[in-house]
Design a protein around this ligand. Sequence first.
Ligand code: PLP
Length: 369
Amino acid sequence: MIYFDHNATTPVDVNVLEAMLPFLKDFYGNPSSLSRPGRIVHSAINTAREQVAALVDVSPSQVIFTSGGTEANNMALASLPLRGKLAISSIEHPSITEPALRLKDSGTPLALISVNQSGVITPLAINEAINNKPNMVSIMLANNETGIIQDVASLTQKLKENNITIHTDAVQALGKIPVSFRQLGVDLMSLSSHKIYGPKGCGALIFDKNTPIRAILLGGGQEQNLRAGTENVAAIVGFGKAAELAKNELSKRHEHVEGLKKILEAGLMSITHLTIFAQQATRLPNTTQFGIPGIDGEMLLMKLDKKGFAVSSGSACASGSESFSPVLSAMKIEEALAKSAIRISLGMQNTKKEIIDFIELLKIVVNQL
Ligand code: PLP
């Protein structure tokens, strides 16, 4: 199977697996125990905390390990002050939109920040959001479906002047482009391990020390009393190793997938009526989403799957739903085109030959549909 679905998840890097194994076999202590087995794993968690902190340019004490990007996003929104107002962009992941809707149902005023037709949040849209006087704004750094990167650093200035807490979901940006918490000027940031060749079920919420966090899991005093529960030690160690590798290999990874993406997009553009979404916008180096009007995206996905190519018809979390992507809807992509959406997200093990084979196959399959 040729795997073109790295925004859904990535394979675990062998070095990550090797780093994790001792913590599944030999070092099984509870990190909260004061005895030696406990101290060993506690120190391994601290190393991972340093590795994750280094990748996003913060101090280790600003890292709260979570069960993944979903929990980090939920936790960020839970930290909205009581009786506060919330604004989120219209292209957020369901792990932001769903808790936001829950808050709305219980009386929190919720505003949506629009994107333009290229999927970009403009300073004008931010100004409109500020008029609603939100206490917190959530804007994702890079979109999982289209790969569009928001200029978060420039959008945050105006928000900060208005004392608004800023959260960014950096799950898809991490490991693909440089992500500096400080340069972005945000207060909260969500990360996930399994998008950067780390294990699933692990992530982090990065926080500014002046931003009050409301814990959603209550119990023991783990993670500075902000996230209770015995730590998933092996996964945290794996996330740390994956972060270290991502930092060291960032430019190599960027160059590899971007080179392949250029070949992919040139091939795609030779297919009649095919549109690459937000082609002119700044996008992740590994992500291309396209559509061909009148073709059913899920059907095309299944045909490609049968021929050995794993792609996505949009957000993995949204697959199986009848309606088309809310992200494409927010970009006002017409329905016939949006329903045909296919996302290719490349990774380190992909090759030029795979791309060439894919284009050849796609041409044949599209003609048969
Ligand atoms: N945010 C974005 C943009 C994502 O793409 C995803 C996963 O698809 C998540 C959050 C959720 O992360 P996790 O799978 O670690 O819960």
